[in-house]
Design a protein around this ligand. Structure first.
Ligand code: ATP
Ligand code: MG
Length: 482
């Protein structure tokens, strides 16, 4: 639970760099192994320790000299154990690395089975699966071999100790320093001393596995969210959510291009379209507003408050960002709609669906709101999925709504209708729409044009159509009939 909470708090930099299989790996087997530490492992170690201690004490009391001859074998045993410990750590880590790669592969493969079938690349994937499983088998073989050597060397120490006990003890009996009865008891104690030590071999292997898993969990816990609530973060006020950007620069770690917005103000309730060619920086700007990333320099303020000084919870309640690919969950229409607003009534859900243009769909569903939408909403069309995400956003009632091509799958007429309904439903909210579609953009009173990370135009559509080369080149004239 703690691990899930920690992972939930990590930021985009972690999730954009780590494949999903790798993220969920420490949440599976390793947790069970670590749980084993508290149940079976600790009692086993205690039992082994107590038996060894008892045997050693009894041996010293019985014959200190004979015990002394066996004693040097114990540090030698510990040194050998250290040597194998080091080897086992390396091999366990290798096994885990390969299992993580396998988990990544499985996740990627089963998230894209249909496209793989369409591309006819099943054989390639099977070959890759075969190679990965081969690598896992190979590293597990190495692990098994190291464990086997460990057992052999441990047994060797036991045999040596017994030989010493029989040899030196026999000689002591022969010269009359030890009775036969005491030798038999001593010999039995030697087995008592080394039996738990050999059981330690098994325990030891298990401990290494537990430690390897603990290292996994530690690695995850060592990641810190790149952005977090600052000390003294505040809530956004209930009104005046104007957006102000000053001296903003931002650059992705692995990209040369830079986003620069020296100054931009969007009034509360304003409706703005954001356009520009692919890679111009539209989504990046939107993500900076909702604080998926932090600005490099400058500031983004909502209601006069720098978003970095606002609690993430308050910011994300106020600003809703909808991307092109809607995020839906396995479940029903209603469970998806209630994801953010669990207390919404059925009537409210139906109203939102109707405004998002889904009433015809709803009427056609056998189970209505309780109809399953399949994993990630795969039983809906692309446009229906986007509409459902918009309906959910309406229920959420954000003060600033950013649609980043979130209506791109809707036909132009429906898109206009849905956007109009959205404006009517959230009349006081600021609406920022990123779009590549002329009909959508022209319906907005203010258009921002982004090129190579900079806002190059900021005007109304009429002005841009008449005076802007960039706008004229980017979109064909509305009067050209194209
Ligand atoms: N997570 C990321 N890590 C590194 N670089 C990124 C990341 N996301 C985007 N970029 C880069 O930043 C630049 C701007 O990308 P952005 O997604 O903002 O473009 P966009 O204007 O939304 O384009 P599109 O119209 O294709 O959606 C691009 O060059 C892109 O390669
Ligand atoms: Mg984009």
């Amino acid at each position: 639970m703690f691990l899930v909470r920690h992972l939930d708090a990590l930021s985009a930099d972690y999730y954009e760099d780590t494949p999903v299989g790798r993220i969920i790996y420490p949440l599976q087997d390793p947790i069970e192994e670590i749980a084993y530490f508290g149940s079976d492992l600790v009692p086993s170690i205690l039992r082994a320790l107590l038996t060894t201690l008892f045997a050693l004490t009894a041996m010293v009391l019985l014959n200190p000299l004979l015990t002394l001859t066996i004693f040097p074998l114990i540090p030698a045993f510990i040194l050998t154990r250290e040597y194998f410990r080091h080897k086992l750590v390396i091999v366990f880590d290798q096994v885990q690395q390969r299992q993580k790669t396998w988990a990544d592969f499985l996740h990627e493969h089963f998230s894209a089975v249909l496209p793989i079938q369409l591309l006819g690349r099943e054989t390639r994937q099977e070959r890759r699966a075969f190679c990965l499983l081969g690598e896992i088998a190979h590293s597990q073989q190495r692990l098994f071999r190291t464990g086997a050597y460990f057992s052999v060397y441990t047994s060797l120490f036991i045999v040596m100790a017994m030989a010493v006990a029989v040899g030196f003890g026999g000689w002591s009996v022969f010269v009359g320093r030890l009775s036969v009865g005491k030798l038999v008891v001593f010999y039995t104690l030697v087995t008592y001393l080394f039996e738990p030590l050999s059981a330690v071999t098994e325990i030891y292997t298990r401990i290494q596995r537990v430690f390897a898993n603990v290292r996994q969990v530690q690695t995850v816990l060592s990641y810190r969210p790149a952005l977090d609530n600052r000390a003294g973060s505040v809530q956004l006020p209930e009104s005046q959510w104007h957006l102000e950007i000053r001296g903003l620069t931002f650059q992705y770690a692995k990209q040369r291009g830079r986003l620069r917005v020296p100054s931009l103000r969007i009034q509360a309730g304003e409706q703005v379209a954001l356009v520009g060619e692919n890679g111009a920086g539209k989504s990046t700007l939107a993500k900076l507003i909702v604080r998926i990333y932090d600005v490099g320099s400058g500031s983004i303020c909502i209601a006069g408050e720098d978003v970095r000084n606002v609690t993430l919870k308050s910011l994300r309640r106020t600003v809703c960002y909808l991307a092109r690919d809607p995020v839906l969950f396995q479940g029903t229409l209603s469970s998806n709609l209630r994801f953010v607003t669990p207390s919404a009534s059925d009537a409210e859900l139906e109203n939102a669906l109707q405004r998002a243009g889904l009433s015809v769909l709803l009427a056609s569903l056998k189970d209505g709101l309780r109809q399953s939408v399949g994993p990630q909403g795969c039983q809906l069309s692309g446009g229906q999925r986007q509409r459902l995400a918009i309906a959910r956003a309406m229920l959420q009632g954000p003060k600033i709504l950013i649609l980043d091509e979130a209506t791109s799958c809707l036909d132009p007429v429906s898109e206009q209708l849905v956007l109009r309904n959205l404006r009517n439903y959230l009349p006081e909210s600021t609406l920022i729409v990123v779009s590549h579609r002329l009909s959508t953009v022209l319906a907005f009173p203010r258009i921002l044009v982004l090129a190579e990370g900079q806002i190059v135009e900021d005007s109304c559509p009429e002005h841009l159509a008449r005076h802007s080369d960039f706008f004229a080149n980017w979109f064909p004239s509305p009067h050209s009939g194209v």
